[in-house]
Design a protein around this ligand. Structure first.
Ligand SMILES: [Zn+2]
Length: 1021
């Protein structure tokens, strides 16, 4: 065990995450208690009632100490991990949480290895609390709270924490960082149920001794990294006060067997360390008690008195009557009549009365427990000069443990020498005191008078050498010190050595010791029992050894004896293992089981075997025995393993299983089939040299495998959030089923929010099967309203482009809700306070608006532009001088409606009855966009080709004079302005005509030859 401890220690050095720890342990349980006493009358009443019940129970227990409970109470635990979302290490691993449960299961059963460090004077006070803790479930919650005060807000979802789960029957532990450097606190019994339980800081929860995975180190702070803070707080939860009573030397902690102390002890004091002169019973404070303030590594015991105080809570009507489940699987009573023999400076034999139906016994020696199948044990390799305390408990075949026996103490100082002196100083009630002195279990002397008060008496004891027990009693149960007078007693030996002194006990106190020389065996001629016929010729007896089956031998006196034969077999000089007092016969016979190599002593006629015995093995087989290696408990899914029992003969051992539903055996290989218990029997049937060995059995316990469920943590949500998936896995790989509570629905591994606020708890359940235990884990998250939800665009005003190709669009956006001021960004520009943009081109614009709490809105705005204004015309030429031409316009694009402004003054899309000439129009659309166009209405001739050849105008353009070459004769021509007005008319004769145009204003003109009707343009410069 020590090696394992060192291994774990080295692992923890390399693995653990350290975080800062306060200099001094601080627990707020008493502070909270004082506060509740002052402010909560209900709590005060209940607490006072609990103290009255406790006191009554403590009185009763004084009278019935020996009938200790054989039951174990199993307390299911819920652990609520509430971690700072910015400190993910606080979200402790399952391994770290489980290590804390492991520590509780050691500390509350005195199975912690460091219990061996309890100083001798406190050893007999060490308590097995008979409590075991099982992890019922873990909840995990991410929080924005950095530190929690001791006002219990972490215990309610309404205040950001987690509600307690069935606190009447379950222990709730909240793990979260507590303000003010406080390691933990508990609510004493009597408080309100919703806040019942303990609170521990995350870096003090769990033990570095179990931190074995360097890739995922525990989050712990030395020197409070062994899980003892939780042990301490559960002590308060079970009604224990701090060991110093939270006061000075005059204030007690309400427990009889803990020393008075002036104040808390911190760090790791050296023993002895005494703070109160009033502490007369002990040489030191009990600073190694879990209820002191010492470092985790320096506290390792509860006392029996503390246990009694706590157990009052479990009585009918007690405040914690319904906490956990009492396991009554093992109802074996405590072993009695512990008897020491064969004591030397380094060894001892212990035997006790067998307990009916016991499967085996656990023997506790100064904190180290070993198991034995028989009702005796040989302790060897003890250290010389030490004091040892031993107690024994019977175990059931189911593995449950019964009550521990009363402890017996002995030392390896060697035996004392006669005569002994007993000095008694009586207290104020001398008649309550009595005593008994026994030798080898037989009373040899008792008190013979009624003692007077406050008087000194002396007795001398001078008996034969042997093992003595001295018991002093007080009929009132208050010892002889220190309540009513200051009585005491002392036993010294002939050399003046003090065997025992004291006075402060309750009903009685016992000391065992030996007198005489230890190492010398006071019998002679040791003989090795062996097989076959051993003929011993000795006056007056002849003995025969005869081997039977299963190591049983018949030892008998044969032949003539001169006297009747009393035959006894001793395992040592004092311990009879078989006897036959046969006064009627001269021959005696004993059947007994002997082990190979066992040394026995034969006593005949009240005298140990004497000189003259001459033993020799004449024939027969050798004895053998089977020794088992440790057979560890197994899990259902463990691999087949090798059974390891060896025969002293070195012959092959064969095995069988009593329960093939649990384990099958093939040769040496055991294969686990299912959960349960099976007895494995090891057999060696012997051969020509060896007899069959006694069968050796071991109980194999196979339990189902724990499975751990991990749900990935779910961040808090808004009511408007979409469906999302969660992830969960179970170490077994089996199928998980899920449930949600709160405003959400579940579909497979998808959670849909219902749109209302509240807390959603997701629970994953694995019901277990023949291999795995059931498991359940839950996680919670909050659904809140999105604060950005009412932040909306209230108005978006856009102004489109007026005319095709323009840059006169604009956007204005207005928002409501959110928190002012708002800032705006158009098309990714820097955010500014401007919410209006002008002079924009056609296109789509993105708008982003942000409020003061960074809620963001985005939208788009479109600036439209009309298409280009297009004028299509249909021109009909005029075929008469009066004018019958027409222009018909079809306008498209732009913005309706269109307006027309002709140079003729017309306002219609079409104009008709036109003479030849040039016509212009300005078309204006609904937005005031306009285009100007001109059209020519020509005359109609037989063919345009002929018309073109009718006449030639030159120069063209002309400034003053134009000449016209033509074929016409005796006709005229007209010159028209673009508006169709005749500005000149000239008669033409011959082939050319010259016309003065100097008085015409500059512009385009048309010349029409009357004879042919053809027309041509010229330009006056
Ligand atoms: Zn405390």
């Amino acid at each position: 065990m020590k090696e394992l401890y060192l291994l774990l220690l080295s692992l923890f050095i390399s693995g653990s995450v350290f975080s800062q720890a306060p200099q001094q342990r601080k627990c707020a349980a008493q502070t909270l208690h004082d506060y509740q006493m002052d402010h909560d009358p209900l709590y005060k009443n209940r607490y006072k009632q609990i103290q009255r019940n406790t006191k009554a129970f403590q009185e009763i227990q004084k009278s019935f100490r020996s009938t200790a409970s054989t039951t174990v109470r199993e307390i299911p635990v819920y652990v609520h991990i509430i971690y700072d979302e910015n400190v993910p290490e606080q979200n402790l691993s399952n391994a770290q949480i489980e290590s804390q449960i492991e520590v509780l299961n050691e500390d509350f059963r005195a199975l912690n290895t460091d219990v061996a460090d309890v100083p001798t004077e406190f050893e007999s006070l060490v308590s097995d609390y008979q409590l075991i803790f099982t992890l019922e479930g873990i909840s995990r919650k991410s929080s924005t709270v950095v530190e929690w005060d001791t006002d219990n807000k972490m215990k309610s979802t309404a205040t950001g924490g987690v509600d307690a789960i069935t606190p009447e029957t379950h222990l709730n532990i909240w793990v979260c960082k507590i303000s003010g450097d406080i390691l933990g606190y508990a609510q004493f019994p009597g408080g309100s149920l919703p806040t019942d339980g303990v609170v521990v800081g995350p870096n003090f929860f769990g033990s570095s001794d179990y931190d074995t995975d360097p890739s995922n180190p525990f989050y712990l702070s030395s020197p409070y990294d062994k899980g003892r803070t939780t042990t301490h707080e559960i002590g308060h939860y079970l009604n224990l006060r701090h060991i110093w009573g939270d006061g000075g030397c005059s204030v007690d902690d309400g427990v009889g067997d803990t020393p008075l102390a002036a104040d808390s002890n911190g760090g790791c004091p050296s023993y002895p360390s005494k703070s109160c002169a009033e502490n007369t019973e002990f040489t030191s404070d009990m600073f190694m008690n879990y209820m002191d303030y010492t470092n985790d590594a320096c506290m390792f015991m509860f006392s029996e008195g503390q246990k009694t105080r706590s157990y009052a809570l479990f009585e009918p009507g007690g405040f914690r009557e319904n906490l956990g489940i009492v396991q009554d699987g093992c109802s074996l009573s405590a072993p009695t009549n512990l008897s020491l023999s064969g004591r030397s400076t380094n060894s001892l034999s212990l035997v006790w009365d067998a307990v009916a139906e016991a499967n085996s016994y656990d023997v506790w020696v100064n904190g180290i427990v070993s198991n034995t199948l028989s009702n005796s044990i040989d302790l060897i390799d003890l250290a010389e000069g030490n004091t040892y305390t031993i107690k024994v408990t019977a175990k059931c075949s189911e593995g449950g443990i019964g009550a521990y026996s009363e402890a017996v103490s002995f030392n390896t100082l060697g035996c004392y020498s006669s005569p002994l002196t007993f000095t008694l100083n009586t207290d104020k009630y001398g008649d309550e005191t009595s005593w008994v002195l026994s030798l080898d279990g037989v009373v040899v002397q008792t008190d013979s008078i009624t003692y007077g008060n406050e008087t000194t008496y002396t007795e001398n004891f001078d008996f034969e050498d042997g093992n003595y027990t001295f018991e002093i009693k007080d009929s009132f149960g208050d010892g002889i010190c220190c309540g009513e007078g200051n009585g005491s007693y002392t036993i010294t030996d002939a050399d003046g050595r003090i065997i025992k002194s004291g006075g402060e006990f309750e009903f009685s106190e016992t000391v065992s010791f030996c007198v005489g020389v230890l190492e010398t065996v006071d019998c002679e001629n040791t003989m090795n029992a062996s097989l076959g016929i051993n003929t011993v010729v000795s006056a007056p007896a002849v003995y025969e050894f005869k081997a039977m089956e299963n190591s049983e031998y018949i030892i008998s006196s044969v032949g003539l004896t001169t006297v009747d034969t009393d035959l006894n077999i001793y395992s040592d000089c004092n311990t009879i293992i078989a006897e036959n007092d046969n006064a009627e016969s001269l021959q005696s016979e004993i059947r007994t089981i002997l082990e190979a190599g066992q040394i026995i002593y034969i006593q005949w006629n009240d005298t140990h075997s004497t000189d003259g015995f001459d033993w020799s093995v004449s024939s027969g087989k050798n004895l053998q025995s089977i020794t088992w290696d440790v057979l560890s408990d197994k899990k259902v899914n463990d691999l087949p393993f090798e059974l390891k029992a060896t025969a002293s003969s070195n012959l092959e051992v064969s095995y069988s299983s009593s329960n093939l539903q649990v384990v099958t055996v093939n040769g040496k290989i055991a294969t686990i089939i299912g959960a349960g218990e099976a007895t494995i029997t090891a057999i060696q049937e012997g051969n020509e040299d060896f007899l069959a060995a006694p069968v050796a059995q071991k109980v194999l316990v196979v339990s189902k495998v724990d499975q751990i469920i991990n749900i990935s943590s779910i961040p808090n949500k808004y009511t408007t959030d979409h469906d999302f998936e969660f992830e969960a896995e179970v170490s077994s790989g089996l199928d998980l089923t899920y449930e949600v509570s709160g405003p959400a629905k579940l579909n497979g591994t998808t959670i849909s929010l219902e749109g209302t606020i509240g807390e959603v708890t997701l629970t994953a359940v694995q019901v277990g099967n023949e291999v795995f235990k059931a498991a359940t884990t839950s996680t919670s998250f909050q659904v809140t309203k999105d604060p950005c939800l009412d932040f909306v665009v209230s108005e978006l005003i856009t102004s489109d482009i007026n005319c095709f190709g323009g840059q006169d669009g604009s956007i204005e956006v207005m928002v409501s809700g959110g928190i002012e001021p708002y800032t705006y960004s158009l098309n990714g520009s820097a955010f500014g306070e401007n919410n209006t943009w002008e002079g924009l081109l056609e296109g789509e614009y993105s708008l982003v608006i942000m409020d003061d709490s960074s809620c963001v809105l985005s939208t788009t705005a479109t600036i439209k532009s009309p298409t280009a204004l297009v004028v299509d015309e249909k021109v009909t030429n005029s075929s008469s001088v009066a004018g019958n031409g027409a222009i018909d316009l079809t306008v498209s694009g732009g913005t309706k409606d269109y307006a027309y402004d002709w140079n003729t003054g017309a306002n219609t899309s079409s104009i008709e009855n036109l003479e030849t000439g040039i016509y212009s129009v300005i078309v204006t659309d609904g937005n005031g966009c306009s285009v100007e166009e001109s059209f020519e209405v020509g005359g109609v001739t037989s063919t345009d080709h002929e018309k073109d050849d009718d006449f030639i105008i030159y120069p063209n353009p002309a400034e003053n004079v134009i000449r016209i070459l033509h074929n016409a004769d005796s006709d005229y021509l007209n010159i028209y302005s673009v508006k169709g007005v005749i500005v000149k008319s000239t008669t033409i004769i011959g082939e050319s005509t010259e016309i003065d145009v100097s008085n015409l204003s500059s512009g385009l003109y048309f010349i029409r030859l009357n004879q042919t009707g053809s027309m041509q343009k010229f330009i006056k410069e």
